[in-house]
Design a protein around this ligand. Structure first.
Ligand code: SAM
Length: 163
């Protein structure tokens, strides 16, 4: 695959998985966490699809398009290694849906970081809650579920916490 094709596959997979996860968690009351704001594209998509739950966006340095910048009360500023435990102390294990797109170009580094934050995320997801990630995650209490139609193997990963 060319880099352009890989990029398109990642974006298409993100959208398919986000839409699927929003459907799977419809009816859950807990917040939605967006980990990694970046340009704000996936945040913008999530806020268009999730209108009945609070959305919090975790980012260490905001550099998003003004059209997709979260409000101040939606932003959780800082390194997720620090802010995830902070939000766990506040919200407990209530998260209905978490989406993570935190990686850069170094695949080894992305994998090491995914291993580091998997236990931090796992404890925040409510029973029945869903996690979508651009990187493979390492969970005990969440099982990997099949990708929805439109998502490509290896471009996105989707997990659900057992009820
Ligand atoms: N999904 C986003 C979009 O649609 O525009 C792109 C996200 S971008 C690939 C990754 C973002 O994660 C960057 O903005 C980066 O600053 C953020 N990030 C990476 N590691 C982080 C960390 N440890 N704590 C907080 N934010 C982090």
């Amino acid at each position: 695959m060319t880099r352009l094709e890989l990029f398109i596959a990642r974006m298409t997979s993100q959208r398919a998985c986000i839409d699927y996860a929003v459907g799977l968690t419809a009816g859950m009351a807990g917040p939605v966490y967006e980990l990694g704001l970046g340009n704000g594209r996936t945040f913008d998509h999530i806020r268009a699809k999730v209108t009945d739950r609070d959305i919090f966006v975790f980012e260490r340095a905001v550099a998003s398009n003004p059209a997709s910048t979260p409000s101040e009360d939606q932003l959780v500023l800082g390194d997720v290694v620090d802010t995830l435990p902070m939000m766990l102390a506040r919200d407990g294990a209530t998260v209905s849906f978490a989406h993570a797109d935190l990686g850069g170009h170094n695949l080894e580094k992305n994998d090491a970081f995914a291993r580091l934050i998997s236990p931090l995320i796992e404890v925040m997801i409510a029973p029945g809650g869903v996690m979508v990630s651009s990187d493979k995650m390492y969970f005990d209490a969440l099982e990997q579920i099949e990708l929805p139609e439109g998502a490509m193997d290896g471009r996105a990963f989707i997990y659900r916490k057992l009820l």
